[in-house]
Design a protein around this ligand. Structure first.
Ligand code: ADP
Ligand code: ZN
Ligand code: ZN
Length: 755
């Protein structure tokens, strides 16, 4: 009888781990972090990861045994196992769900990963003798000139010296074929005659990155001061927030800090939002770090992911991983520094599937597990991070000057309503913006036009005055439900009738959903027929190559006006952009989301930051119908602090984060009655426990998807309550539902800190 039980994490969503008996012959070889193959639900082979061990008790005698130990050495680090546990606990999901997201597909099943082989050529043994080779060359030179040429190229490729053995020459077939003098037919003939022997060799898919001659970083006095303050804050705190205006040289500071961490033989994780990875930042980092750096993005293939995983697992020297949010799952063993660039970016939050984690918060926990220091950077910090910095939980370092004392751009407001009244609006352009565009084009400088239409299709406004109906309880614009032609609050579910008369201007309510980037492009062609115009939106977002090409051609000044959505704001550094236009600031403010104002402020300041990074001072024109709106005024004055105070007041009044925690509970099933039953079960128990803090259950904007009915319930949790206890309680309700035959099939899951 075996003495030990292993807790095995399996890719399932019904439990954290399952217990299996460890066969005696595996003892001494099996360790936490090793993969094993186990029987599960009748299936004989399911790959899992060993989490830990405990002693066998009498009541465990019926446990099934582990069938096979896959790894001689763990494929995960101890720190990762801790991290998985934390993720499952914080985000109220199962460790198995974390495993599904965290392990590359190639490691989740035994044989998914395929090593890459390439054909390599060598000379057959008999021709390695110089006398044989010489006579072969002589005969080929007269009878088969092309084959002779191939052989000559082969022999001249490697720089071998006279005493070198010909059998040492090995050349990739693909490389040889690159040479113009090599005819594929002649090469094939040499292979057929067995003069060349072809062998398959395993090669890495990870292309080595080349470092340039590293340029010394020479800080400006402001940068040096910020750099010193970061180290100072790390003496007493683990996390430091660098609040530096756009183009203040934050990236250069990160670069220096990374160099120093690597010099101490540490690993570094540098997180970036997906889109920023395609841009110049990686080029800049590559110059400094070359082969010490790995780039991890969402378009890496399954096999590349496995190779990167193994490379990091085996790394014993310094290593920099520049990656998107899922890079937090890589097997670091000695992280010394975590840099989270653009920490305010909402794309750090994963909403689907579980774990619904926020990569910034997860990376901070990962750093804590490793005892590493963290640096958050942004020109427009999230309210969450800035609050923690103000409370003294994070260090706070300000960098208020641009590098080389470039001035921040001059921001002007153009009143859309006034232009409309005076009949001066040309399509969606105010006279001020048209005039500035004209000037910029004449000077041969470039323009970025920003138009954010994310989610706008479900938010309606009065065609006459742009008034948008809001929920009185939640302070967010109402969502328009097409099917029922009614309005509903996306947070509390309260329904509202569609008004016949606009309460703001008194005219009959005509619906308007605004305009899209295609219309902007068309209007530009009419206004400036000579200008070269391009559009950067979700269509190109999915095509990494197309996006890179667009950025490159804008850099090369082949485009005069670039129209784009929020992706334009992310860390792009163009030299020749003089003017940035924000086409409709109101549309950004009218999102059905309590973070709309925060995001609008961030987007406007970030996109403004693209103007005038080199040379002359940049100019920004913001078009709006509410020029006196407080938020617009904050943007005009680059006034983050006042924006912060305003925004926090609202968050307090309506009990939103960072004052309160939010947890969304989602219910999904094909039968409407069952979804309702499950959701009501939660609501009936939670309502008396958290009076006034349970919202719903209600139908979300998309209430039915692929024949599955969806209900949602939101819980606001006061900071005085224990988040952990509440999550445990919710998980208890969830498992209760899953035991009831009537509701067992209803999918219930939680979104902690939803976006
Ligand atoms: P941020 O990340 O704050 O937006 P960057 O690091 O991109 O700012 O810096 C803005 C520009 O100034 C970049 O073109 C960068 O190369 C340049 N720059 C910043 N600091 C230095 C420095 N110390 N030496 C040389 N160039 C610098
Ligand atoms: Zn109106
Ligand atoms: Zn509401």
């Amino acid at each position: 009888m075996s003495q030990m039980i292993a807790e095995v994490i399996l890719p399932v969503s019904f439990c954290d781990s399952l217990s299996y008996a460890v066969p005696d012959e595996m003892m001494g070889q099996i360790a936490p972090g090793c993969r094993v193959s186990v029987p599960l639900r009748g299936k004989q082979k399911q790959v899992g990861v060993v989490f830990g061990f405990r002693a066998m008790q009498e009541e465990n005698y019926q446990l099934k045994e582990i069938s096979e130990l896959i790894d001689a050495k763990p494929i995960m680090t101890e720190q990762q196992l801790k991290f998985w546990k934390w993720l499952a606990s914080y985000y109220a999901c199962k460790t198995g769900e974390v495993m599904m997201a965290a392990l590359p597909t190639g490691l989740k099943s035994e044989d998914a990963y395929k090593p890459k082989f390439e054909s390599v050529l060598r000379l057959s043994e008999s021709y390695c003798r110089p006398e044989n080779l010489e006579s072969l060359m002589a005969s080929l030179q007269t009878k088969a000139k092309k084959q002779w040429q191939v052989l000559r190229v082969f022999l001249s490729q490697e720089d071998f010296h006279s005493q070198c053995d010909f059998s040492d020459i090995r050349l990739r077939k693909a490389d040889l074929l690159q040479n113009e003098e090599v005819s594929p037919a002649a090469l094939k003939a040499l292979i057929d005659k067995q003069i060349f022997i072809v062998e398959q060799e395993e090669v890495s898919r990870l292309k080595p990155l080349q470092a340039d001659a590293p340029s010394e970083i020479c800080f400006s006095p402001a940068q040096k001061k910020a750099y010193d303050e970061i180290y100072q804050s790390w003496k007493t705190k683990e996390i430091c927030l660098l609040h530096g205006v756009t183009s203040s040289g934050k990236t250069e500071i990160y670069t220096q800090l990374i160099k120093e961490a690597l010099a101490k033989n540490k690993q570094v994780l540098y997180l970036l939002p997906e889109i920023a990875l395609t841009t110049q930042i990686t080029q800049r980092l590559k110059k400094s770090f070359g082969s010490q750096m790995l780039i991890y993005h969402s378009k890496c293939s399954m096999n590349e992911r496995v190779e990167m995983w193994q490379r990091i697992l085996k790394a014993d020297g310094p290593l920099l991983v520049v990656g998107v949010r899922s890079a937090v799952f890589l097997p670091f063993s000695k992280l010394g520094l975590v840099v989270i660039d653009e920490e305010h970016e909402i794309s750090y939050k994963q909403t689907e599937p579980a774990p619904r984690y926020h990569a910034r918060n997860a990376a901070l926990m990962l750093a804590k597990i490793h005892g590493a220091k963290s640096l958050l950077g942004s020109a427009t910090p999230s309210l969450e991070s800035y609050t923690k910095a103000r409370e003294g939980r994070y260090g706070l370092v300000n960098l208020t000057q641009r590098y080389r004392d470039m001035q921040l751009p001059d921001i002007l407001v153009a009143d859309i309503n006034e232009a409309k009244k005076k009949k001066q609006l040309q399509a969606m352009f105010t006279p001020l913006l048209v005039e500035k565009m004209q000037e910029t084009l004449q000077a041969g400088e470039q323009i970025i036009l920003f138009h954010n239409r994310r989610g706008y299709a479900s938010i309606l406004s009065c065609k006459e005055c742009d008034w948008t109906p809001h929920c009185e309880r939640c302070d967010v614009p109402l969502t328009y439900h097409k099917q029922s032609r009614s309005l509903r609050c996306h947070y509390c579910g309260k329904p509202y009738a569609l008004p016949a008369i606009c309460p703001s201007c008194g005219k009959p309510m005509l619906l308007s959903f605004g305009f899209g980037t295609e219309q902007v492009e068309e209007s530009l062609h009419q206004l400036f027929p000579q200008a070269r115009v391009a559009r950067m939106d979700t269509d190109v977002l999915h095509e990494r190559a197309a996006l890179e090409q667009l950025i490159a051609s804008f850099e090369k000044r082949e485009i005069d006006i670039l129209i784009g959505t929020q992706m334009l704001t992310k860390g792009l550094d163009f030299d020749n952009v003089r003017l940035v236009g924000v086409l409709n600031a109101d549309m950004m403010l009218n999102q059905n989301d309590f973070r709309a104002h925060e995001r609008a402020f961030q987007l406007m300041l970030q996109v403004s930051g693209r103007a005038g990074r080199k040379g002359r001072r940049g100019l920004v024109v913001i078009q709006t119908r509410q020029p006196d709106q407080a938020l617009i005024q904050r943007v005009l004055h680059h006034d983050y602090k006042s924006f912060y105070v305003d925004a926090m007041k609202e968050r307090f009044t309506y009990s939103y984060p960072p004052y309160y925690y939010l947890i969304d509970v989602w219910f999904k099933h094909r039968e409407q009655a069952k979804v309702a039953q499950a959701a009501d079960y939660f609501a009936n128990i939670l309502n008396p426990l958290f009076p006034d803090m349970v919202f719903g259950p209600f139908e979300p904007a998309i209430s039915k998807l692929r024949d599955v009915y969806i209900r949602k319930l939101t819980l606001k949790i006061s900071p005085k309550q224990s988040l952990l206890k509440i999550k445990d309680y919710l998980c208890g309700l969830q498992s209760h539902l899953q035991k009831d035959p009537l509701t067992r099939q209803v999918q219930v899951y939680f979104d902690v800190d939803p976006f």
